[in-house]
Design a protein around this ligand. Sequence first.
Ligand code: NAD
Length: 452
Amino acid sequence: MYKSKLPKLNNCTIGIIGLGYVGLPLAIKIANQKSCLLSKKRNNRKVIGYDIDKDRVNELNKGIDKKNIFSKKTISIPKNISFTSHKKLLLNIEVFIITVPTPINTENQPDLSYLKRASKIVAECIKEKDYKCINPIIIYESTVYPGVTEEICIPLIEKISGKKHNCKNYNDSFYSGYSPERINPGDSNNTLDSITKVTSGCNKKVASWVDKFYGSFISAGTYKASNIKVAEAAKIIENTQRDINIALVNELAILFKKLNINTKDVLDAANTKWNFQKYSPGLVGGHCIGVDPYYLTFKAKEIGFNTKLISAGRNINDYMHKYLFHQILSQLEKTKKVMKLVDVLLLGISYKSNCGDIRNSQLISLVENLKKENMKITIVDPLVNKDEVFNKIGLISVDTIPSNKQYSIIIFALNHKEFKKITKKEIANISNENTLIFDLTNNLSGEKVFNL
Ligand SMILES: NC(=O)c1ccc[n+]([C@@H]2O[C@H](COP(=O)([O-])OP(=O)(O)OC[C@H]3O[C@@H](n4cnc5c(N)ncnc54)[C@H](O)[C@@H]3O)[C@@H](O)[C@H]2O)c1
């Protein structure tokens, strides 16, 4: 009879599967941590960052990160890390951490294809290797609805690898854990290192291993959830709660506009009460807040439960870019402008401030609608990948405001740090008394400024 043996905390080989916003900082953090924060023991860890995107791997090997995750042109790569898209290099991995995308499809349903593909890759690797001495641990970090790890990913790995999950006295068993990532791109205060890491494992011993592992390099410490489903659900409700809070102020903003009441003034007044939670109306995009609630509603539906509030929040927030578009059209109607003569300046195209990610950006949807009206649109966003923007909407984005023209509409869409340098004089030079100003950043006020 064999006794299971977990990898050595300080001396193990770690494979990060998926080198995006979550995987890359994690890989670099683990590799850079020279001693354990808990035991102070020296670490002798090797990290292999694996991604199916060969271009991404080639760029990372040159120190280039086109996602600008660290807001630096080049990143320094620790010696004990290597980036690859060759599966073979994963054969000696003892701890797999899966950080691949979990988007939604066109029907707003979970698209688990990336997760399944990553699980398949891991399964093929553990199948190849005879883990006589050490049983590998597979930790998922991708955001999922409760049950995905244990009911979908693990059975898939068991089937492909032929190995048994969580089987104490079995030579070739493997173990699993779940630790959601909670980073907030574009936010330099709340980072991987400063956010408590929720951890979990498939049994007590593994949960404790996973917790100690993250505790060994996350300064903010860890929180050991009672099981994997709890950890999965905790992550998903964090973003669901935020989605609903924003949906409420968005609905109020639409109502107050109809009542001719200034929403910001109302929120400022209400905020003087000790237990009022202040949120601002806005466009919810990206791959977390605008996506995660759909994972939860999907799971609820699967068991026959109708989530009324969560779904209502999603509907409201998904509608906001159309609401903004209609606001723009209705203001233009008053000026009786011919649409093809309308020049729009859009300051920001990514899904949120100080972040270059354009996935699920509602500003992209807004531009698509403005384009259908034949308006000419100038997009300024120094943070985004220009090729990505062009491939998505067929328009070239620029880093700075072209100063040779006057615009009919200026939309202050995002609060990128770079936009703080824009002066009033600069705006005065590119606008006139008929220019319509739309401000989604809550920085501008005045009779001529339209807010959400
Ligand atoms: N970005 C965030 O702010 C954030 C925050 C918290 C949680 N999350 C969650 O983390 C997960 C990853 O998000 P992200 O933003 O890092 O995604 P991302 O798109 O930035 O990166 C994912 C990477 O995985 C790679 N990939 C896809 N399939 C693969 C496979 N089978 N094998 C290896 N690599 C593969 C892609 O090429 C890409 O480089 C998602 O579930 C997301 O919801 C993201």
